[in-house]
Design a protein around this ligand. Structure first.
Ligand SMILES: [Zn+2]
Length: 497
């Protein structure tokens, strides 16, 4: 066994050596570029950035240095350099517009989608992703093996409460297999298969499994359900306290799926690190036209405790897309989704999810309006309030949040940024949320999140400043991952190969 391990170690050393000597762009010097880095927004100016073997080695804002020997020079004159963007809430194994049990999942168009997936995130500047709930590790492994791909971290398998959301969506016979990290509930002994032992499904045992598999975070849920899945079991506060304790001991970041007033109050009282959604369900307060004192009190706690807030407004837009005749017409879709899949979205069968969202013959306009006047309005009010208090926003999209074609990789991030701006975040807040805030909250700040010496050279070159307009994020010229440059157009789904 030991010899085998040694051989493997040797093999990797050899590979690393081969990479560092044979790569022609081992040294890259980006010159005369406007450096926009979130820790230094008061001193934005032109400078030079040197990349060596995948890391940033120097950032010179005085511009008095000579060309480093052997460096490939990229002129950044008139352009803007930002750290690679971080989307801290994605679900890579889920395919937009297709449910897990549909036969299309095994089709060639889906294989092509997965091949394009890492490139679509890069196309919109996302160089670091966090998968929030692993249920198909193979997809993540394949993603990490792709010729070009963002850095990928994950929260391991999530911790749903027994028979609660989201394991409730799977048939009772299969759900414990799909969610092996569920939390045992002694009150439900009769509806948990006897082969699952309580001691293997305590918060401590579950968190230990996440840690063992290399997760950097723990995801749990507080959700009573919606649609036909209502009144689901939810965990009592003592269980969240136990998860909190175990996550802290393991050094893992704790996030909770919570999109209602009740759920966010529960999460805040349980001292979670991150609320994984905006608050768009106000329960008994849904009809209130303004934030009530009790809602503000919870949001004030979010600010005071510095709890990370992922607004994920695109979750709602993802539903709205089926009632918006313009959505599939957007030109950008051709950049992130292979043509075959897009053609399928446009067939009647490809719009199957629309029927689930519109059971009777409600006109499209009415569905759109009920979203606009209901949950979208509420989440915008919540986000505006938190923005005015400068809450710790974390950029996360929840792509795809449902089997919806309204949440497409990369593009969904760009659309979420537009939503955040519309809801009241400043361009500075959006920029920080997608870079330094995510890096700090997920303990990645020694590696990514700013343009500073020592960090991984994950960088994005833009034609416009992200502090002047949100469409700067759609003006990308070049993306670097670990120092390797990729032109944006070459990453597009419709790029000629
Ligand atoms: Zn999610």
């Amino acid at each position: 066994m030991r010899i085998f391990a040694l051989l493997i170690a040797f093999f990797w050393t050899f590979l690393a050596f081969a990479e560092s000597t044979s790569s022609p762009a081992a040294r890259t010097w980006i010159t005369d570029v406007t450096i926009v880095s979130p820790e230094n927004l008061d001193h934005i100016g032109e400078g030079n950035v040197l990349i060596e073997n995948g890391r940033i080695v120097s950032v010179d804002r005085k511009r008095n240095d000579k060309k480093p020997a052997g460096a490939t020079v990229i002129s950044g004159k008139g352009l803007f350099l930002i750290p690679g963007l971080i989307d801290s809430h994605v679900h890579l194994a889920a395919v937009p517009g297709i449910d897990f049990d549909q036969p299309e999942m095994k089709s060639e168009m889906v294989r092509d989608y997965f091949k394009q997936l890492p490139r679509s995130y890069l196309y919109f500047g996302y160089t670091t992703l966090i998968d929030f709930a692993v249920f198909n590790r193979q997809v993540l492994n394949d993603f990490r093996q792709a010729p070009e791909h963002p850095d990928l971290y994950d929260c391991g398998e999530s911790l749903p409460f027994a028979n609660g959301y989201p394991m409730s969506f799977a048939p009772p016979a299969a759900r414990f297999q799909f969610f092996p990290n569920f939390i045992y509930d002694p009150k439900q002994v009769s509806s948990i298969p006897p082969k699952y032992k309580p001691e293997d499904h305590t918060p401590a045992a579950d968190v230990a499994r996440v840690k063992r598999e290399g997760g950097i975070c723990v995801k749990t849920y507080f959700e009573r359900g919606f649609g036909s899945d209502r009144n689901l079991p939810v965990m009592p506060p003592e269980v969240l306290t136990e998860i909190r304790k175990s996550a802290t001991q393991a050094g893992l970041v704790l996030m909770i799926h919570a999109n209602s007033f009740e759920a966010q109050k529960f999460g805040v009282e349980g001292n979670v690190d991150v609320l994984a959604h905006g608050m768009w369900n106000w329960g008994a307060l849904d009809k209130e036209t303004e934030l009530t004192p009790e809602i503000k009190a919870v949001l004030d706690q979010v600010v005071e405790k510095k709890i990370g807030y992922q607004a994920t407004i695109e979750v709602l837009e993802g539903l709205r897309a089926y009632f918006d005749p313009d959505f599939l017409q957007a030109k950008a879709i051709h950049k992130v989704v292979p043509e075959k899949l897009l053609e399928w979205f446009n067939t009647p069968h490809g719009k199957w999810f629309k029927k689930e969202l519109q059971p009777d013959d409600t006109p499209d306009v009415a569905v759109r309006q009920s979203l606009d006047r209901g949950p979208l309005r509420r989440v915008q009010q919540v986000v505006a309030y938190l923005a005015s208090k400068d809450a710790d926003f974390l950029f996360g999209t929840d792509t795809p949040s449902a089997p919806t074609y309204g949440n497409l990789p990369g593009l969904n991030g760009y659309m979420e940024m537009q939503q955040l701006q519309h809801a009241g975040l400043s361009l500075k807040q959006i920029f920080q949320a997608a870079t330094i805030n995510n890096a700090r909250k997920f303990k990645l700040e020694s590696q990514v999140g700013t343009i500073e010496p020592g960090k991984i050279a994950n960088l994005v070159l833009l034609k416009k400043s992200p502090l002047e307009s949100v469409d700067a994020y759609d003006s990308i010229v070049t993306v670097w991952v670990h120092g390797r440059a990729m032109s944006r157009e070459a990453l597009a789904a419709d790029a000629s190969k």
